[in-house]
Design a protein around this ligand. Sequence first.
Ligand code: SAM
Length: 321
Amino acid sequence: MIFSTDLYTFLEKSDCRSFIPIVEGKKDIIRNHGDYKIWQSLLQQLPDVKPSLVNFNQDKVQIGLKEDISANKATQLRELLLQLQPWRKGPFDLFGIRIDAEWRSDLKWKRLVPHLDSLEGRKVLDVGCGNGYYGWRMLGGKAAFVIGIEPYLLNVIQFQAVKKYIPDTPFYIVPVGAEELPGKLEFFDAVFSMGVIYHRRSAFDHLSELFSFLNSGGQLVLETLIIKGKKGEVFCPDGRYAKMRNVWFIPSPGTLELWLQKAGFRNIRCVDITRIKTNEQRQTEWMTWESLSDFLDPADTTKTVEGWPAPVRAVFIADKP
Ligand SMILES: C[S@@+](CC[C@H](N)C(=O)[O-])C[C@H]1O[C@@H](n2cnc3c(N)ncnc32)[C@H](O)[C@@H]1O
């Protein structure tokens, strides 16, 4: 399903045909993934149901009502969706089945959406889009279409499970990393990179990629972990950060502004700074592994278990001239 003709037709129609050979080039790697066959089989077992309603403009991404599905099919669907754990981003509501993901992603969306230019009629790219929660919200904002890029395959599979019930919506995920897209695209009106930059070894390469994906006049939304500190200060964790092995650099707000400026962005503004609490990131039935409360020092929750400052996140918006 990752390589459906639908995806290729959509990419052709949306003037993104240059993505097709990149996806094709990844076919073998993806098909050889140890879990690929299991995931495909789970997707194929999803029951057929027609949703009578779709709503992307509320906290939960809602597809269908409880009344649309028989009790047997609802049990079957729930069990299959649970097998696609861990669900990190949500919430979703599929035919009355609430997928209460680890992250209340709606809270971040609420913090940033008042600051965005209207997405109406815009071509949107969501870099590191996870399972697509935000892409659906962007469609709720009337984006012309959304393309997500996401290298972690289970996220793409979760997206496919949701998309099965609304196949004609103009949102697709392409299973690649930002660095694999063609350079100099200059195509999208809005580009989101949320929770990605600190996972990249080179922040400047990431910002250059984001700049090159945007049309002139386009808007970047960059969301990241930050530290308290002066312009120029950056935290490079010695070892893990909140048990994550892949956090390379966490800038201060002033430093990030400087990085964005150096990458060519203008009209840079920090629109939100929030300390993440355990009502936003927590263990649920849909993500039964460790979560934020396990990453913080129980004696002092302003620190991570490693003794670093606890996670604080910021949203920056900037324009491409
Ligand atoms: C912390 S999650 C954030 C997900 C979502 N954007 C959000 O804000 O909730 C980071 C995501 O970036 C993806 N990612 C990691 N490296 C990437 C890369 N080089 N290009 C695009 N996405 C990447 C990960 O697979 C993961 O889904």
